[in-house]
Design a binder for this molecule. Sequence first.
Ligand SMILES: *Cc1c(COP(=O)(O)O)cnc(C)c1O
Length: 489
Amino acid sequence: MKFYQSTRGGARATAWEAILEGIAPDGGLYTPEEFSPLNIEEMLELSAMDISARVLTALLDGFSAEEMTRIVREGYAGKFETDELMPLVKVGDAYVLELFRGPTSAFKDVALSLLPRLMTASRDKAGAREEIAVLTATSGDTGKAALEGFCDVPGTRIVVFYPEDGVSDVQKAQMQTQRGGNVRVCAVRGNFDDAQTGVKAIFADDREHRWAAQAKTRLSSANSINLGRLAPQVAYYFKSYMDLARRGEIAMGEEVNFVVPTGNFGDILAGDFARRMGLPVAKLICASNANNVLTAFIRTGLYDRRRAFHKTASPSMDILVSSNLERYLYLESGRDAALVARLMRELTEKGAYTAPEGVRKALSERFWAGCADDTDTFRTIARVWHELGYLLDTHTAVAWSVYERFRQQDDNGKKTVVLATASPYKFAASVLTALGKAPAPGFAALDELNALTGVPVPKNLAAIRDLPVLHTDAVEKRDMLSYVKEAIR
Ligand SMILES: *Cc1c(COP(=O)(O)O)cnc(C)c1O
């Protein structure tokens, strides 16, 4: 049996315990004690779903291959635009991995379509019977994807908090129209970090006072700190690699770069896990928007959140505390939990920490970092549309802009996959602005973008405008706790 260790040292759990708990009792994040290497030659002929099942079985010990195959099929089948799940499209000299072909048109669908089933299977393995109440803070995409994933799954309940002015019109409408007898959606008066900090405080309060257990409920998290959120993301690194190999774009074993538009460091950490499981990864290229705390960290080793928070055109990356970085620090410091606990304390108390020399060296060897502000992002959307005929959303455009800079400054000559994390229609107003049009308000922007580009509107987005608004709750930060207590009662 393989175990999963808290990054802060105080806890050790099985995979199913880690998935059920979300965050460790000591506040750390569960991280595999070891990574099983996968034979990539054997994956070449597998379908996207079978690759996913293979990767998940290797990463989450205690789930059988049959069990994982069933979880993957039930989670994905019929919910994505194609059985291929995430198509790989050649654009210019790069390859765009379209992670946004799922039920909410954002990459978080990839993980959140599986998480509810991973959680119910985990609960059964643990012999537990409580209801699972998932609490999530969202910068927009997680919320809707989690709501879709958990909607009416028996024995579960979900409460989603989003920053009142930190999500797009379309994102807000997606959440406010969510169906389901077990869902609650609530705006928080603050930014995403406030909402995320509030959710962390709720977990801490429950650990101390145990009010959830009294309501026969177990609190859990759908944020990317949950191991069950992270694990499904590892699979698409393998999937895109197999696509390249099958098409003869690379030889088996050849190294590939991945450019990842990053906020919480979750998506890019999944790439690091893939590398640890044997995928030939050259550079993981970390792309940030104007909230470029990670760019500075990867270049200098100083993580410093004492800076202005920018609201950008890529709101899902407007993050100053990249939670999943903690797992990377843990792994790269030789699993030094005492060190990680100290650095995280410094981050909370002083707002900054410096990575030790060994971690800095590994960062500079394995990662490359860049950032793009909104001006760069908009120019990139226009240029890639006019020159290459491919329509990027604002998050993917940040990645593309950083990719271009990498090519100019530090090209290593390897093939490069750019992760595309949202449909341009999720951020239609910004994309129209980038293309030089004054966007119409709300949903009219979708039609306008469609008329201008001819790129089809995803079905799920086209349908929302006719759905009734079901959720209008809004609270101050300090009232999040009582909101949750009321919701699970
Ligand atoms: C969440 C999100 C990201 C950032 O992913 P992380 O795992 O937080 O790094 C990028 N783009 C979009 C569209 C997202 O929703």
